[in-house]
Design a protein around this ligand. Structure first.
Ligand code: ADP
Ligand code: MG
Length: 693
């Protein structure tokens, strides 16, 4: 019997050479490591399928039947061997492109075969290319039985013939010859309440399933365990933080808030805005530091929430900082907020990289002596030279554009850390929010201001440009404004910039009836500002831009968003861009332009965009298509861990359960073996939630 920490080189079939490969390629050095290297898929050889059951979508199947009509077709490199294969329900073709001579010599028409492979349809006929074949007899049936596990291997391993099959045989042999025990890491109480199978049994079943039902139970148990321990770590560190840091208590809702709310509110708040403001207010008044994530789809009115809650901080005698990822956005927030707060006589200032010299020094003095009450800005706000008199509340807009470290810096701007509200319009699937941001409280604005019409979205190929221009002419004649956006990707910035500039020239020529402006990241800010201003004021009717306008920009009269080379954008980015329109009362449109030849996944992406305006659904689809690690919202911060078996895309239910169980166990006090196991995982993965805020 092996213990889980035994060195793998002692396992039969491994030895020093393979041990070295496993170590270097898969980071596997103990029996436990090997057995927690979980299969990525299973192929069902638990039963025989019939030919009639096979169609295009069928996964791998095994069939039994006879071969007839063996025939060579084509010449030279295109030569292929085709055999008819039949059972009592029908006939299909088996096809070989290679090794034809061997097959011709060995294939028999009077023997029953087991055929294994993946059916596809070609020319209206079901076929399996290069099937695995065995003569049908008891021994062969026994050899190929049950759900067979498949393991990922690296290219290097494949070159050395260290395939999935080799891994499977090693694991099989390990259990045949000796068996393995793992220490249980779940409290009895949870095991019995959820009816979990034991850890050792689950690990065995996940590699060598005794039945489909047992495989499912084993996967459930192991996914639960994995997510449970992530939640234990998260909740534990967030509890620790609450203990360590006290927070400001905003007990009063005073004159600033009430006065603005009663006399100057430009529109009635939506129910969701009211609820979220209540949540934030409650959280600011507990004596603990608030760390809250505010999610709300583009255009849901997060800015108003930020502003109203900022007034509560002012009412309690504190300063407020509002940080945005781009200058354009910081500018826009500044203009919007300072003009709305003008009648209250609040000192609102803007700090970006462009505020220089004397003006900057004066501003920094004002922040230091407390005369500046609200400062809005870019990254410039977190520089060391910015010293606050009494910062009590910090709002970070479009938080996914910032890294974790930048957020942490805001904490240090007062002796006691200010309350922090991070806002994002890139909806994060709930499962991700609960893991990556698991130590944040979450508020959701799930309602758009009244009267918004969903943006009608269409996908056109580049050859329909004339129709597109026709449509734009008509929209402009109706008094609307148009964005035309080009991709700008780091690696090819120069070529892309040429695209934007060329696009600008073409559009200027094609639309003599109106002014066209251009905005991109490499322009001087003064020039950019002038262009922005002309568009905001409605003097310019078309803005040709890069994704600098992706976040936050708000021009309600703009009703058409054209996205060029839409195939080069990710889903969340497309959704963000689309969010720039649909902000006024008019019907808005989003036109996705792409080249004709598209990969399947790209087509799916574009058709999801045409099908829904729901940011949460788009985020879920994005995660499903690309996997959580590649989610746009997370590029900077990244997932702080790897999941070995659970998937954030599909295991949301298990995650909820794991979080609830972890919460209630933590409330009762963690049993020592649970904390120790959590510690060991944190050490192994370098998981550090302690410094994520
Ligand atoms: P986002 O959540 O994307 O940051 P904004 O805060 O920019 O959205 O709001 C989008 C637009 O909706 C703005 O023009 C804003 O004035 C308007 N708005 C916000 N809340 C309401 C509301 N309750 N009723 C009507 N319009 C609103
Ligand atoms: Mg916004």
């Amino acid at each position: 019997m092996f213990k889980s920490d035994a060195d793998i080189k002692y396992i039969a079939g491994v030895g020093p050479k393979r041990a070295e490969i496993l170590k270097r390629q898969l980071n596997v050095s103990t029996v436990g490591d090997l057995l927690t290297y979980f299969p990525y898929k299973y192929i069902d050889r638990s039963r025989f399928y019939t030919v009639a059951e096979c169609n295009d979508d069928t996964q791998y199947v095994q069939l039994r039947g006879y071969v007839s009509g063996i025939e060579l077709r084509g010449q030279g490199a295109k030569q292929r061997l085709i055999a008819r294969f039949s059972d009592s329900t029908g006939t299909m073709e088996l096809i070989w492109f290679k090794g034809i001579k061997y097959i011709v010599d060995h294939l028999k028409t009077d023997v029953e075969y087991i055929v294994f492979g993946k059916p596809t349809i070609f020319n209206g006929m079901i076929n399996i290319a290069h099937p695995e074949m065995d003569v049908f007899n008891d021994a062969n049936v026994k050899k190929n039985t049950g759900h067979i596990a498949y393991y990922n291997t690296t290219e290097t391993m494949k070159r050395m013939f260290f395939t999935s099959d080799v891994i499977r045989k090693i694991i099989y042999g390990l259990y045949e010859k000796s068996g393995v025990v793992f220490d249980e890491n779940m409290p009895d109480e949870i095991i019995s309440r959820l009816g979990l199978i034991g850890r050792s049994e689950a690990i065995r079943e996940v590699h060598i399933p005794s039945s489909l039902e047992m495989l499912k139970r084993a996967q459930f148990r192991l996914k639960f365990e994995e997510l449970f321990y992530i939640q234990v770590s998260l909740l534990r560190s967030s509890a620790l933080r609450t203990e360590k840091y006290r927070g400001f208590s905003f007990g009063r809702v005073g004159e600033y808030f009430n006065n603005f709310y009663d006399c100057y509110l430009p529109f009635p708040l939506t129910g969701a805005q009211k609820r979220v403001i209540r949540e934030i207010r409650g959280d600011m008044n507990t004596g603990r530091q608030m760390n809250r994530l505010l999610q709300g789809d583009v255009g849901s009115g997060k800015t108003m929430v930020a502003m109203l809650t900022a007034l509560i901080a002012l009412d309690n005698g504190f300063q407020v900082a509002i940080m945005a990822p781009t200058e354009i956005l910081a500018n826009q927030h500044f203009e919007n907020i300072s003009s709305q707060l003008l009648p209250l006589g609040i000192n609102v200032q803007l700090l970006t990289g462009n505020v220089k010299g004397k003006k900057r020094n004066k501003l920094l003095d004002g922040i230091r002596d407390g005369s500046v009450q609200i400062v809005i800005g870019t990254h410039a706000l977190i520089e060391d030279t910015v010293v606050f008199c009494n910062l009590g509340y910090c709002v970070i807009d479009e938080q996914h554009r910032f890294g974790v470290a930048q957020r942490a810096k805001m904490w240090k701007k007062n002796i006691c850390p200010p309350h922090v509200l991070v806002m994002t319009a890139t909806p994060i699937p709930r499962t991700l929010a609960m893991t990556v941001y698991g130590d944040l409280e979450v508020s959701v604005i799930d309602e758009l201001p009244p009267g918004r019409k969903p943006v009608a979205t269409y996908h056109y190929y580049d050859n329909s440009r004339l129709q597109l221009y026709d449509f734009l002419h008509r929209q402009i004649a109706l008094g609307r404004q148009v964005y035309i956006v080009y991709p700008l990707v780091k690696e090819s910035e120069k070529i892309d910039l040429k695209n934007v500039e060329e696009g600008f020239c073409n559009v200027t020529d094609a639309f003599p009836e109106c002014k066209v402006v251009m905005v991109h990241g490499q322009m001087k800010s003064a020039v950019k500002d002038v262009a922005m201003r002309e568009f905001v004021d409605g003097k310019a009717r078309i803005m040709v831009a890069t994704t600098v306008i992706e976040v936050g920009v708000n021009v309600p009269n703009a009703s058409v968003m054209v996205i060029e080379n839409a195939e080069r954008f990710g889903l969340s980015q497309l959704h963000q861009l689309r969010g720039r329109v649909g902000r006024g009362a008019d019907q808005s449109f989003c036109i996705l332009m792409s080249k004709y030849e598209l990969a399947r996944e790209t087509k799916q992406r574009l058709s999801i965009m045409c099908a829904t305006n729901d940011g949460f659904r788009i985020a879920e689809e994005d995660m499903r298509l690309r996997g959580p690690g590649d989610m746009e919202g997370l590029q900077q911060s990244g997932l702080p861990f790897d999941l070995k078996i659970a998937s954030l895309a599909t295991d949301g239910m298990i995650l909820n359960l794991a979080r609830d169980e972890a919460k209630s166990l933590l409330a009762k006090g963690l049993p020592p073996f649970v904390s120790e196991y959590a510690d060991s995982l944190e050490r192994r993965d370098g998981r550090g939630w302690g410094n994520i805020s």
